[in-house]
Design a protein around this ligand. Structure first.
Ligand SMILES: NC(=O)c1ccc[n+]([C@@H]2O[C@H](COP(=O)([O-])OP(=O)(O)OC[C@H]3O[C@@H](n4cnc5c(N)ncnc54)[C@H](O)[C@@H]3O)[C@@H](O)[C@H]2O)c1
Length: 372
């Protein structure tokens, strides 16, 4: 008989692709999603992209009754519902803590009464803070930070004690977390709580630390979401993309299709139980490179990016993944190259309109002194 799987937040970007991946592999999928306005717009309707075979139940992860109800008959749970904006989390502190931390607590209390065969939780690279660095003697450095004085002077890179620039290095799961935003704190809380309660109640649990996910269906009207969706929303409205610092900060961009596959593998691999995994592409690109590639593919190269030379509180300089553990234990291998993924994204963007709220979001940060 087909297994029944619940995805919280399954109407969103990653959850809906995961739902497709599971349906294709013979699972039945139920989604619990509150159809948050910031992600789904004012009408909060069932998204057109959501496969008709998915049972969508509108409800909030913070509602214990609803959560107990949707868990009935489920064999496995993916906990992907969350508020996802790093910058926004620094002022909507209560809302982020309620949805992400309390929502997870409510789900786990319900699971302690109705255990399932597997729980997979979406964690995030944001918990690492800065990635690892290597100095000129090939010594690996963790926990390096930039001072406010340095950032105010526009000196963006990491330095060693002697003032030499440090080279960014792939970050493995063993790096000690350094939580620099309310969002990061809440993702770490979700991850730890799931693993802790999973162990206590014998629910095999896996935490996946996603890096910068991009692809079709990412909300183009949510100025707090992923960088590629935000850039796309600017360019579709013929506005310049807004880049913090100098744009040479490096990130790891991973296709949502690879994320969906890794998520399925996490459920299907017994060796993954009670472990955390980085899920990225293993490659690093600068934000300037990403902006350039997207402009080119959208034929908007004449719109010059606005490099604002400001630091956003909570931001890091470089972080990209070491994915050896996921390769070894999950059999995960990224399959979508950035070039391929961007072509697919551009095709999808052709049919989309975007409500560009970036100026508003920038103002929200600036008035609170959250950009320096
Ligand atoms: N997109 C990324 O780059 C990225 C990176 C790391 C981790 N993650 C994590 O992956 C998960 C999915 O993120 P996404 O990018 O698909 O975001 P998304 O905003 O597209 O999806 C989140 C979904 O959760 C729903 N939701 C929000 N609050 C809810 C609540 N109180 N009750 C029920 N549903 C609620 C939203 O309506 C939305 O459909 C999140 O946990 C996020 O923290 C995402």
């Amino acid at each position: 008989m087909n297994k029944n799987v619940l995805i919280t937040g399954g109407a969103g970007f990653i959850g809906s692709h995961l739902a497709d991946e599971l349906l294709e592999n013979g699972y039945n999928v139920r989604v619990l999603d509150n159809m948050s306005e910031q992600v789904h717009g004012k009408q909060c309707k069932r998204p057109q992209y959501l496969n008709s075979a998915i049972e969508l139940i509108k409800g909030d992860v913070r509602d214990p009754k609803k959560v107990q109800e949707v868990l009935k008959g489920m064999d496995a749970v993916y906990h992907y519902a969350a508020m996802v904006g790093v910058g926004q989390s620094m002022y909507e502190i209560k809302e982020y803590t309620e949805v992400n931390n309390l929502g997870t607590a409510v789900l786990l209390e319900a699971l302690s009464k109705n255990p399932v065969e597997k729980l997979v939780v979406a964690s995030s690279m944001s918990i690492y803070g800065e990635g690892l660095y290597r100095d000129n003697n090939n010594t690996i450095k963790a926990g390096v930070e930039r001072s406010l004085r340095q950032l105010k002077a526009g000196d963006w890179e990491m330095h060693d004690e002697a003032g030499n620039i440090l080279n960014p290095y792939p970050t493995p799961e063993t790096k000690t977390p350094s939580l620099s935003s309310v969002y990061a704190l809440s993702k770490y809380d979700q991850e730890r709580l799931c693993l802790m309660i999973g162990k206590a109640y014998n629910i095999p649990t896996v935490a996946l630390r996603f890096f910068n996910v991009y692809g079709t269906r990412q909300s183009l009207s949510n100025p707090y979401t992923g960088v590629l969706a935000i850039f796309a929303s600017r360019l579709l409205n013929d506005n310049p993309v807004l880049i913090f610092e100098d744009g040479n900060q490096k990130r790891d961009f991973v296709s949502v299709l690879d994320i969906a596959r890794a998520s399925r593998l996490a459920m299907e691999s017994p060796g993954a139980n009670n472990e955390v995994f980085n899920i990225g592409s293993g490659n690093a690109y600068t934000i300037n490179e990403i902006a350039g590639k997207l402009s080119e593919i959208l034929n908007k190269e004449d719109i010059i990016p606005e490099i604002c030379g400001k630091y956003r509180v909570g931001d890091i300089r470089h972080c990209f993944s070491d994915i050896s553990k996921a390769k070894q234990i999950l059999g995960y291998e990224p399959e979508v190259s950035l070039e391929q993924g961007l072509i697919e994204l551009a095709e999808w963007l052709e049919g989309q309109t975007a409500d560009d709220k970036v100026t508003m979001a920038r103002h929200e940060l600036a008035v609170r002194g959250l950009t320096v």
